[in-house]
Ligand binder design. Structure first.
Ligand SMILES: *Cc1c(COP(=O)(O)O)cnc(C)c1O
Length: 381
């Protein structure tokens, strides 16, 4: 069986988890800060806050940025539901903007159009879909103009980068253009901790708020306490959550992070092999990648006619592809809020033909060649 994505666990990973299980801390121990510091160094941010999943990272992000029920936030319909749901968690309203037909990322011109018609928009949640980094410099200039914050959903893109107008490399989550960035460590993503997530930022005030909100809104910081009754004393200042991650998950994350760079290069190799193999097949459109972009290839998405027939045919050969994503605005929950089929024609046209092929570092060459030849057979026979 060949899935579309899969985690890779080594003996070193297992040893790291066992060592932590035998230590004094299962949670709230030293592995949390160690993972946070290693991850911040990996993406080039000043701060990182580890949490129990990527959805919690997004939720804490919008909370820390001050999202209120009367606000509106802009995001893309081509993403996992959590990118939009975190806005709903706060009782605020989601404004979808259609995608760019080449990159499948949120269309920055559509974002600007929404800003002009919705003066109550306060933020943007762009998504580095499939691992393609959003041009955050351009998005920042729109956000600046309309006074919006940016919470980047980089769950697909740890290690991806683009070069900005000065020729500087800008890694996803480095905190230069986005106020904060969310990552996920679900097993299909680049770095696996079982469940897990991270928020990165360069803003110290935001960082401290995230730390507090991760643990019930509680602080023990003597500088922040209103009173102090003794060593046991703490105060709850905000309505926070328990969004903590365990030490043994962070031990796994630290171990996985050591291979992240090599895994990214392997994902790029796999992508180039697919792109070359399909170059001569007129039925298959392979991903567009601009020259100033390093793609993280969480997903390798092709666009094809007869997508359902191809998907079913591949399943008969034990190749399990996937569709990313059913446009979020067409989900019954969002339809109940007034969105409907036809609202975002580019996203819907994309959905009609997209298919995510097997893409993970441990995919073997003969497995990939089997996937390629099976797809080419489908279109030539
Ligand atoms: C996986 C994912 C999330 C949610 O992450 P979890 O760790 O599963 O909660 C959010 N946004 C995107 C784009 C994702 O792919």
């Amino acid at each position: 069986m060949i899935p579309y994505g899969k985690q890779h666990i080594t003996d070193d990973d297992i040893a790291a988890v066992i060592e932590t299980l035998q230590s004094d801390f299962l949670t709230q121990g030293p592995k949390i800060a160690e993972f946070e510091q290693a991850f911040a160094a990996y993406v080039g941010s000043s701060y990182a806050v580890a949490v129990n999943n990527g959805t919690a990272a997004l939720h804490l992000g919008v909370l820390a940025l001050g999202l209120q029920p009367h606000h509106k936030v802009i995001t893309t319909p081509i993403t996992f539901a959590a990118s939009a749901n975190c806005i709903q968690f706060c009782g605020a309203q989601v404004l979808f903007a259609d995608i760019d037909p080449h990159t499948f990322l949120i269309d920055i011109n559509q974002v600007e159009a929404l800003c002009q018609t919705h003066k109550d928009a306060v933020g943007i949640i762009p998504v580095d879909f499939a691992g393609y980094p959003v041009h955050m410099e351009q998005l920042r200039s729109v956000a600046q103009k309309y006074g919006l914050w940016i919470l980047e959903d980089a769950c697909h893109a740890p290690g991806a980068w683009f070069t900005d107008s000065q020729g500087t490399t800008q890694l996803c989550g480095n905190g230069v253009f986005a106020d904060a960035t969310a990552f996920s460590f679900h097993p299909v993503k680049h770095i696996a901790t079982g469940e897990g997530g991270m928020i990165t930022t360069n803003n110290k005030e935001l960082y401290e708020k995230l730390l507090m909100l991760r643990t019930h809104g509680i602080t023990r910081n003597p500088k922040l306490l209103h009173e102090n009754h003794g060593g046991w004393y703490y105060e709850m200042h905000e309505l926070g959550y328990n969004y903590r991650i365990t030490d043994f998950q962070c031990a796994l994350g630290i171990s996985q992070l050591k291979r992240a760079q090599a895994s990214l290069l392997r994902r790029n190799q796999i992508a180039h092999h697919y792109t070359q193999a399909f170059a001569q097949c007129k039925h298959i459109t392979t991903p567009f990648v601009a020259a100033n972009v390093f793609h993280a290839y969480h997903l390798y998405v092709i666009q094809v006619p007869n997508r359902k027939e191809l998907y079913d045919y591949l399943r008969t050969k034990d190749i399990f592809t996937q569709v990313h994503y059913i446009p979020v605005h067409t989900m019954p929950y969002y339809k109940a809020q007034g969105y409907k089929q036809g609202d975002f024609p580019i996203a819907e046209a994309y959905y009609a033909t997209c298919l995510s092929l097997p893409m993970y570092p441990s995919l073997q060459q003969h497995e990939q060649d089997f996937v390629i030849s099976t797809i080419l057979d489908f279109y030539t026979s």
